[in-house]
Design a protein around this ligand. Sequence first.
Ligand SMILES: Cc1ncc(COP(=O)(O)O)c(C=O)c1O
Length: 426
Amino acid sequence: MGFGSVLKNGFTRRRFMKGALLGAGVAATGSAWAAQEIAQAMATGKKASDVRGYGVEPGRVNIGSNENPLGASPRAVAAIAENLHKINRYDFGVDLPVRLNKAHGVPGVEDFEFNFGDMRAFMRFRELNRVMVTPGSGPILQALAVIAANNGGECIEAVPGYGSVARGFQSFQMMGKDVSVVRVPTTADFVHDIEAMKAAITPTTSLIVVTNPNNPTGTIVPYDQLVSLVDAAPEQAIVLIDEAYIHFVRDPNYQDAVKLALERDNVVVARTFSKIYGLAGMRIGYAIGSQRMMDMLMAHMGFFGGGLSTLGMHAATAALDDDEFVDRTLTVVNDGKDYLSAAFDRLGLAYTPSHGNYMIVDVGRDSRRMSGELFRRGVMVRSGSGYRTREIDLLGNHLRVTIGKPDELEVFVNELEDILGGSSQG
Ligand SMILES: Cc1ncc(COP(=O)(O)O)c(C=O)c1O
């Protein structure tokens, strides 16, 4: 992009003049290419090559996968280091499930202490236990798709939504199984349309999915609406409430669905350590639900989800105590959402207020091409077109942007502004 297109497309005069003056200076020394580069740098400020993200190679801004931009919980990292020498052992213990049962107020576990080798205590715990720890929450979603598809009937999930359960279910359909997937469009402001989802329920519905907050839209469903959805479900249907992003909900009075999962026989809440605790690579998640749901998941996935690592368990247990890291993450994410909102307002782009660590924004043009152009500039975001079905495409012009560190967001805004203002290449 050269001077002409910068000016033509409405960049501020001050920024243009700075760039032009510098560019002209370099041009006088003979390098038109350098003049153009510098003009662009002046017009757009920070670039990907100017920033260093955690866990990503220098010069790349990775704000595409809803990970924690601050790295991992330092307490989790310390626990990994402390336990590195133990990885020759099958040392899973039950500390993490016990901690999680207690944290979620599961009745009967308040005073439970587990001592290694105390089989009676262990058997008592197995009766009370309402938590199943798994290698990330993704396998819970997949297991529920398999279990429900095996029962036949329909899977109901919103669109745009995370969609992994619907896709899992669909693969059974492609294999010739008599199942179907019903994707229910969100409302115009991208909130789950619970009434429409209820209307889609039939006597053979076997699985209903609510991602809450929703990914990619960041919207939430009030607790009483979740209750009404569960009430409307037939007895054999499992209701999965995926709370991967629940820690980021901004409303302090918001009620999560754990109570519902503990009270009802057919509700599973899925949680993960991948987001707020920054442990995506350690693969730790968990399910909460009735004894029946736990037995069903365990029968399907095996004890401890079939594949946990000692280090992951230690890391997650330590992360539960890392309030400082959680607070710091929430501050960065909330400030980042405010920063992006202000930037989108300034650029005249419509966006959806989000309760996740990400936001969707309407960039007014094909999002796949836009994300491709950003990628070429070192910025990884998610194209909204990935959240379409064959029939329904509500985010074809949207990007989903993960909240990164301030400098990462600055680069994203600079490049977005440059593409929007500069040319037709986006
Ligand atoms: C809504 C939602 N559910 C589940 C997952 C799976 O996360 P993990 O398997 O890392 O726990 C993700 C990951 O991005 C997600 O966005």
